[in-house]
Design a binder for this molecule. Structure first.
Ligand SMILES: CC(C)(COP(=O)(O)OP(=O)(O)OC[C@H]1O[C@@H](n2cnc3c(N)ncnc32)[C@H](O)[C@@H]1OP(=O)(O)O)[C@@H](O)C(=O)NCCC(=O)NCCS
Length: 167
């Protein structure tokens, strides 16, 4: 019975993770400018790749870009600089998948904690990070630009990452 059923259901492969490269930046920027009022520029991405930051993209089976992250490795810690999922793919667990990949990268390079900043007003991202076990560790006053020349605070958040082979 189950064998028959599986023949009838069209197979849809799970999205795949790839290293972010310069040829992908047109697609990355198309998502970036939609997602943020103050998006990263192409130069920000190019500089990040040139600096050797860890950057991954999540691609659908047909090659469509679903989302991406950029993270900077520090001494025994990782700093998440950018995590974005295309609007039409949000709410389907893709950010969690990207974060899971980041934790795996942390474990393989002996980073025992992830740090990030998030806008205080970004409820969706804060809900994601809270569900993922991040805790608030501080506040950076006026960290982000905001509309009409104002500034907005960042919340500094952190989460431990088990070492490879650990519990
Ligand atoms: C924040 C963001 C990355 C979440 O991506 P996503 O793929 O939609 O997230 P997921 O589907 O993996 O959801 C994981 C969790 O995020 C939160 N979340 C996702 N969509 C949400 C929504 N519409 N409202 C509130 N919380 C939401 C929930 O806590 C969710 O957990 P749950 O599924 O157990 O309820 C995405 O909304 C995004 O790219 N936003 C614009 C860019 C941005 O703000 N990036 C973060 C900068 S710090």
């Amino acid at each position: 019975m189950s064998a028959v059923r599986s023949e009838l259901v069209p197979s849809r492969r799970a999205p795949v993770l790839r290293v972010m490269t310069v040829p992908l930046l047109d697609a990355v920027l198309a998502i970036e400018v939609q997602a943020y009022t103050f998006p990263w520029t192409r130069g920000n991405f190019i500089d990040s790749l040139a600096a050797g930051y860890l950057a991954r993209v999540l691609l659908a089976e047909d090659g469509e870009l679903i989302g991406y992250f950029v993270a900077m490795q520090g001494f025994e810690e990782m700093h998440l600089l950018n995590l974005t999922v295309a609007e039409r793919h949000q709410g389907q667990g893709h950010a969690r998948r990207l974060l899971t990949e980041l934790y795996a990268l942390c474990a393989s390079c002996s980073a025992s904690a992830v740090w990030l900043e998030v806008r205080e007003s970004n409820d969706r991202a804060r809900a994601l990070y809270a569900r993922e076990g991040f805790a608030e560790a501080g506040r950076r006053r006026d960290y982000y630009p905001a509309p009409q020349g104002r500034r907005e605070d960042a919340l500094l958040m952190t989460r431990g990452v088990p070492r490879e082979g650990g519990a």
